[in-house]
Design a protein around this ligand. Structure first.
Ligand SMILES: *[C@@H]1O[C@H](CO)[C@@H](O)[C@H](O)[C@H]1NC(C)=O
Ligand SMILES: *[C@@H]1O[C@H](CO)[C@@H](O)[C@H](O)[C@H]1NC(C)=O
Ligand SMILES: *[C@@H]1O[C@H](CO)[C@@H](O)[C@H](O)[C@H]1NC(C)=O
Ligand SMILES: *[C@@H]1O[C@H](CO)[C@@H](O)[C@H](O)[C@H]1NC(C)=O
Ligand SMILES: *[C@@H]1O[C@H](CO)[C@@H](O)[C@H](O)[C@H]1NC(C)=O
Ligand SMILES: *[C@@H]1O[C@H](CO)[C@@H](O)[C@H](O)[C@H]1NC(C)=O
Length: 638
């Protein structure tokens, strides 16, 4: 198996430091565009998130796919840019909408904070409302971008107007699929997002070079009354893997791309396991670790989402003494344009998961953290208002029950063509897509490949993986029995969320990283196994959430990496005894915390517990099935 195919073949060098961002501006339409938008887009769509589906249900596409539809792409870029250049005091400006999530902790749509909660944002984390709250949030953003796009389309000269108005109807927000292998020669980080601070866009007034609205957001102005802590009061533009903690920090998107590429297989496996083995909503939905709940449920869609936040923000890995950028910190993350691309992917995962487990849903659970309108200890259920998202003009809010059927927002995803659907056929179709997109890195697929090579075809239509030669060896290691049973290995990780007073990342290697003293080299070290990110804030950033006592959990799958070790002759078998001996000797942990500080002695990190767990798993016998996990048992604590 080649776990590190991507990092070894791709070297992306993107324009980063030598171009001053301030240099690029908004699109020049040749008239006072903001006055006109105010008149034409109107107030109605400004605060209410309509649920009538709009004119019809359209597919939200992957960002690389949307980019191929040039007319829609131009409109999308123009509308994003316009939001970013709209006065920050407007509720539907970039700052207004992204500011709902965390900073600047301001009231939106007149929805006041409940007592004691004014120092937080509206977002709900470590909560059963995590997936459902972000759904109307995305819908609000989409509804507003959509209406902006309809308006912009009317500004083209008459001979082209029809074409753009037609394209405008096709628009739905794109998602960024960070788990599926990127197209050959490309990085997981799309070049439209990380490649360049400017973009040439074809608008109603011709082709112009403007600031790339997917690359960063520039605060106009950076409000020093709201942003008091360093470095937030120094960084006037959102950054990823910032080059310094001080003034003049630039994004190093090449480094972000390397980190994402190195982790793609691990992310893909986590997602595949979530789909296969997390049918319980309470466990799937959020990262809060509830004592002794279940050895099989350390992961969650929120925990996987956290890891992407840290990889995209850059938690210091590869750049000693430098802290992560905006994406790594809950309260500042939404300002970075990659946030909505990422969350659209999270919503898509949630929607696909709903197809697999149509009966599973929000059950009443006490809130663990504060948000702007809910307090710690308060019971949250499927009727809890998802503030500040109005469902009508009478001041009622969306609820989790209300957003369960997402097609009423007028969107769906390719894999789901229609809305929530209990039919077995629809479920089998989704499973097929999951196998196709996220199953490649899973050992479960080796069994299917084996079946196929023996002429037992089922109804497979999966892509063959690259290294067929090694598969047979790997399959031998798995010791599949006739029923397709084999053993999976995972690291269960639990830690105090505020252990290091800021976001941190735990990296796993087999053996020491090639150059242990130089974290910068870790991004390309071949013995890297996986990374888990803890997404948080320092005590100033989100003190109001009261994250003090919270433990969070997540996982790093180990099986595929173990199979590589087997293929390399370093591991005798995947049997418990051999694996335990191997992991005790070889599994190396490194923690990179705020400021790029590296912890080698993990016992100094509060509440950190890493246990190795294992389960017998039944591989799918055809590509419209998912693996079936047995009981997950913890075997030893590292
Ligand atoms: C800056 O933030 C403060 C506090 O949130 C607010 O009162 C003020 O209006 C903001 N200033 C500008 C220019 O946006
Ligand atoms: C960005 O990161 C890459 C990969 O670690 C490194 O080679 C490059 O020097 C960095 N660029 C800057 C400007 O720091
Ligand atoms: C889901 O998990 C929660 C927490 O462990 C548990 O209380 C609940 O009974 C489970 N629900 C189902 C349907 O198994
Ligand atoms: C988790 O695994 C440990 C060790 O195998 C076991 O003692 C414990 O009962 C398990 N917990 C649950 C909830 O299954
Ligand atoms: C979901 O909403 C759509 C659009 O509002 C509607 O046509 C469809 O019947 C709904 N589906 C279910 C299962 O309620
Ligand atoms: C459910 O999905 C099946 C298979 O894709 C499709 O034939 C059927 O029309 C769908 N039903 C609804 C109510 O959308």
């Amino acid at each position: 198996m080649t776990r590190f195919r991507l990092t070894s073949t791709i070297f992306v060098v993107w324009i980063t430091h030598h171009l001053a961002l301030g240099h690029y501006t908004a699109y020049d339409y040749g008239f006072d565009v903001h006055g006109r938008v105010k008149r034409e887009v109107g107030q109605a769509s400004r605060v209410v998130v309509r649920g009538d589906g709009g004119p019809d249900i359209r597919v939200r596409q992957e960002i690389r796919q949307l980019e191929r539809d040039q007319d829609v792409w131009n409109l999308y870029i123009l509308a994003l840019s316009m939001m970013q250049f709209t006065d920050q005091s407007e509720p539907t400006s970039w700052y207004g909408i992204t500011g709902i999530h965390g900073m600047p902790h301001q009231t939106w749509g007149g929805v006041a904070p409940t007592p004691g909660n004014k120092d937080t944002g509206y977002c709900t984390h470590s909560s059963v409302l995590f997936p459902t709250w972000h759904r109307p949030y995305l819908a609000l953003y989409e509804v507003f971008l959509y209406s902006l796009i309809q308006t912009i389309a009317t500004w083209w000269p008459e001979n082209e107007r029809g074409k753009y108005q037609e394209a405008a109807l096709r628009f739905r927000i794109p998602y960024w699929d960070w788990a599926t292998p990127p197209p050959p020669g490309e990085s997981v980080l799309p070049s439209s997002v990380g490649g360049s601070p400017y973009i040439d866009v074809n608008g109603p007034n011709g082709v112009q070079r403007i600031a790339n609205p997917l690359f960063s957001y520039t605060f106009r102005p950076l409000n020093l009354t709201s942003f008091r802590q360093s470095p937030w009061n120094l960084w006037s533009t959102t950054v990823r893997s910032p080059t310094t903690t001080g003034l003049g920090a630039q994004s190093n998107n090449s480094l972000v791309a390397l980190n994402l590429d190195q982790n793609q297989r691990s992310l893909s496996q986590r997602l595949y396991i979530l789909f296969s083995n997390y049918g319980n909503y309470s466990r799937f939905s959020n990262n809060a670790w509830i004592p002794l709940l279940n050895n099989a449920s350390y992961d969650s869609v929120e925990s996987l989402h956290d890891t992407i936040h840290n990889l995209a923000g850059g938690g210091g890995l590869g750049q000693p003494n430098v802290q992560g950028g905006h994406m790594s910190f809950i309260p500042y993350s939404a300002f970075d344009p990659i946030f909505f691309l990422h969350h659209c992917m999270v919503d898509r995962i949630f929607a696909m998961w709903q197809f697999l487990y149509p009966q599973a849903w929000v059950t009443p659970t006490a809130a663990i953290l504060n948000s702007y309108t809910t307090s710690r200890g308060q019971i949250q259920d499927s009727q809890t208002p998802l503030t500040p998202f109005f469902i009508n003009g009478q001041g009622d809010f969306w609820t989790s029950d209300g957003v369960r059927n997402f097609t009423q927002f007028g969107y769906t995803y390719t894999e789901l063509s229609t809305g929530p659907n209990n039919s077995m056929r629809a479920q089998a179709d989704v499973k097929k897509d999951i196998n196709h997109l996220y199953g490649l890195a899973s050992p479960a697929n080796i069994f299917l490949t084996e079946l196929r090579s023996q002429g037992i075809r089922g109804n497979n239509r999966m892509r063959p993986s690259e290294k067929r030669g090694n598969k047979a060896t790997a399959a031998a290691a798995m010791g599949f029995n006739d029923g397709g049973l084999y053993r999976e290995w995972i690291a269960n990780i639990r830690v105090r969320k505020q252990a290091l007073d800021g976001p941190f990342t735990i990296h796993f290697f087999f053996g020491r990283p090639a150059n242990d003293a130089d974290p910068q080299s870790w991004t390309s070290t071949p013995n890297h196994v996986g990374t888990i990110g803890v997404f948080t804030a320092d005590k100033f950033g989100m003190g109001g959430m009261q994250m003090g006592g919270l433990d969070v959990s997540g996982t790093v799958p180990l099986t595929t990496a173990l199979m590589s070790e087997f293929a390399a002759g370093k591991l005798a078998s995947l049997e418990s005894g051999d694996v335990e001996r191997f992991l005790r000797r070889n599994l190396v942990k490194r923690i990179v915390g705020p400021g790029g500080k590296v912890w080698r002695d993990v016992s100094r990190v509060e509440g950190l517990r890493i246990a190795i767990a294992s389960s017998s798993v039944k591989a799918p016998g055809s590509d419209d099935e998912l693996p079936v996990w047995g009981e997950v048992e913890e075997l030893f604590v590292l």
